[in-house]
Design a protein around this ligand. Structure first.
Ligand SMILES: Nc1ncnc2c1ncn2[C@@H]1O[C@H](COP(=O)(O)OP(=O)(O)OP(=O)(O)O)[C@@H](O)[C@H]1O
Ligand SMILES: [Mg+2]
Length: 260
């Protein structure tokens, strides 16, 4: 993508923000106004599919009023590349937490904001499926979700491959056949907070294994069987979050066994 082209006759590309696995994201400026946007492009067949899915989900979301998902200004195709123009969101959750005073009021505020957004998404039948620190941005103390590329509105969608990331996908995602559910997005939120409030430590973030089957098994075991109280005993501010997490998981398993 040449830096000289104007997108929609008005956005001038300033620099690349991220060259990720599924897209290239550029920062751009309106030529006449003091407005900055982020423009996300696809670049190959797979990223095209994912970006088209993302656009489809954003269109579906237009029907509902769900705040705190990044605002989409427009989308289109240029030189065969699909793109989305979004509001530029200046900060990331990770940087925000690094600079934040760590106390239960601030932590609960963030947790509640995230649960609120995710519950709203779920209530209209959409699962995010790629919740991780990189996909959560911050503006003026408010959380914004981005990256709906892997989102789905089809609960029957069984995935043989891992959804989202190894670090932040729920333990259930490491089973061979599973249905992605609300619980999996919620579990990712807990892992994200374990990570952000512990100097970026997760029990499974130093595991390097080539064989994918073995890797899934080990990740499942670590995610499912770790005693988080013990693992995070040096991080007292995580105690309450772990308590909530355990309660949530226990409740889920009780519900499951009642249904059998
Ligand atoms: N609206 C935005 N405002 C600011 N930064 C953004 C915005 N959208 C995306 N970014 C930046 O670009 C990165 C990649 O965007 P996004 O997650 O949508 O693409 P992706 O290719 O699906 O990501 P990845 O494969 O890296 O998860 C984000 O992590 C963020 O740093
Ligand atoms: Mg992303």
């Amino acid at each position: 993508m040449s830096h000289d082209i104007l997108i929609e006759n008005k956005y001038k590309i300033i620099n690349i923000i991220n060259s990720g696995s599924y897209s290239k994201v550029f920062k751009a400026q309106h030529i006449n106004k003091n407005i900055y946007v982020a423009i996300k492009f696809d670049y190959d067949e797979l990223s095209k599919k994912i970006l088209e899915n993302e656009i489809r989900i954003y269109i579906k979301l237009l029907k509902y009023k769900i705040g705190n998902i990044v605002n989409i200004k427009s989308f289109g195709i240029i030189d065969k590349y699909n793109y989305i123009v979004m509001n530029m969101i200046p900060n990331t959750l990770e940087r925000y937490v690094d600079d934040m005073i760590i106390n239960s009021k601030n932590i609960n505020n963030l947790l509640n904001q995230l649960f609120d957004i995710i519950n709203k998404l779920h209530s209209v039948g959409i699962y995010h499926r790629d919740l991780k620190p990189d996909n959560i941005l911050m503006n003026n103390d408010k959380i914004y979700l981005i990256d709906l590329g892997l989102s789905t509105d089809d609960p029957q969608n069984i995935n043989k491959n891992i959804v989202g990331s190894w670090l932040f996908s729920s333990y259930k995602c490491h089973k061979k056949n599973y249905n992605y559910g609300k619980i999996d997005d919620i579990i990712s939120i807990y892992y994200i907070f374990f990570y952000l409030l512990s100097n970026k430590k997760l029990p499974w973030n130093n595991i390097f294994i080539d064989d994918l089957n073995t890797k899934h098994q080990i990740f499942y075991n670590l995610k499912y069987n770790t005693n988080f109280y013990k693992f995070y005993e040096d991080y007292p501010e995580l105690k309450n979050i772990i308590k909530k997490y355990n309660k949530y998981i226990n409740y889920y398993h009780t519900q499951q066994s009642n249904q059998l």
